[in-house]
Design a protein around this ligand. Structure first.
Ligand SMILES: Nc1ncnc2c1ncn2[C@@H]1O[C@H](COP(=O)(O)OP(=O)(O)OP(=O)(O)O)[C@@H](O)[C@H]1O
Length: 283
């Protein structure tokens, strides 16, 4: 780990090179290089406001970058410019679930999840048996199959989050981009959902704040932040990419997140954990 590009990336689901983004006239991201390895789980970490959601929106094609190139792999594995891919085709390749979303209260849960099928069905051919099966399977994966006929406004915050994630699963795309998928979820669902997502998406890219979960659930982590001492200043970029245990080494966590940390083995399970504590030089 050190460079901005993941190793061994000849089979890529997506690739960013020299990407810069300005929002509201202010440069937010600059010189972003990132490989999204096909078939892997890539976690994006960084402090509030670093630009993680912005990066995900560029990958999803919902935000136009101002400079650089953003490419997406086609069914034959060839990378092509993200914006040369027609939106309907892009929505068959990439499912994107934003961080917060206002769900139309008047929709039933099943109807909302079925919106994920729109890129895959012909106009006037919606609502068939196949669609219902996919919708029910997606809802089952997030533990909400019994709520398929409930109005969306009768779901709790965490249930609504799981339903929106089910819509992303129902899209059945090879690449799934999730902004803070564990937001609003209780601890059991945080663990279960990441397992479900890891099992269903060929390539998963997710932003996440919980560094302990990030350590355990992803194959590769990318840090969005600032180089040097890590202090915010100017546009952010991808400052590190690599195996989670390397990216979350104590020195990197201190620099990029301003906290102390230690990786310890779980006493009963074969997995590491990240313990976070205040930095001693930052009382
Ligand atoms: N529409 C906008 N107009 C202007 N600035 C924006 C806009 N949206 C986001 N920003 C700014 O862009 C920067 C990156 O925002 P972004 O939401 O990508 O960060 P983030 O890393 O996902 O943060 P968080 O962890 O808080 O979700 C922030 O400084 C934010 O204030």
């Amino acid at each position: 780990m050190t460079g901005p590009t993941a190793p061994g990336g000849d089979r890529l689901a997506a690739r960013l090179r020299g990407v810069g983004v300005s929002l509201g006239g202010r440069p937010v991201l600059a010189d972003v290089d990132l490989d999204v390895p096909r078939g892997q789980r890539l976690g994006i970490v960084g402090v509030n406001g670093a630009g993680k959601s912005t990066l995900l929106r560029v990958l999803a094609g919902v935000l136009h970058h101002g400079s650089g190139t953003a490419e997406l792999a086609g069914p034959d594995g060839r990378l092509e410019d993200l914006h040369d891919v027609r939106p309907r085709e892009r929505a068959r390749r990439v499912a994107y679930v934003p961080q917060e979303e206002v769900v139309a209260a008047e929709l039933l849960v099943g109807e909302m999840v079925a919106l994920g099928r729109v890129p895959r069905t012909r106009p006037w051919a919606r609502g068939g048996r196949d669609e219902r099966e996919v919708v029910l399977a997606a809802l089952d994966a997030v533990g909400l199959a019994d709520r398929v006929d409930s109005p969306c406004d009768q779901l709790s915050g965490g249930e609504r989050r799981r339903a929106v994630l089910a819509r992303g699963l129902a899209q059945q795309c090879p690449v799934v981009l999730l902004d803070e998928p564990t937001n609003h979820l209780d601890v059991a669902w945080q663990l279960r959902l990441l397992d479900v997502l890891a099992g269903q998406a060929e390539t998963l890219v997710a932003t996440i704040h919980d560094l302990d979960l990030a350590l355990r659930y992803f194959d590769v982590l990318a840090v969005v932040g600032w180089s040097g001492d890590g202090a915010p200043g100017g546009p952010a970029t991808v400052v590190a990419v690599g195996p989670p245990a390397d990216v979350l080494a104590a020195g990197h966590v201190a620099r990029h997140f301003g906290v102390g940390s230690v990786q310890v083995p779980h006493p009963h399970l074969d997995q590491p954990h990240l313990l976070i504590h205040p930095r001693r030089d930052h009382p």
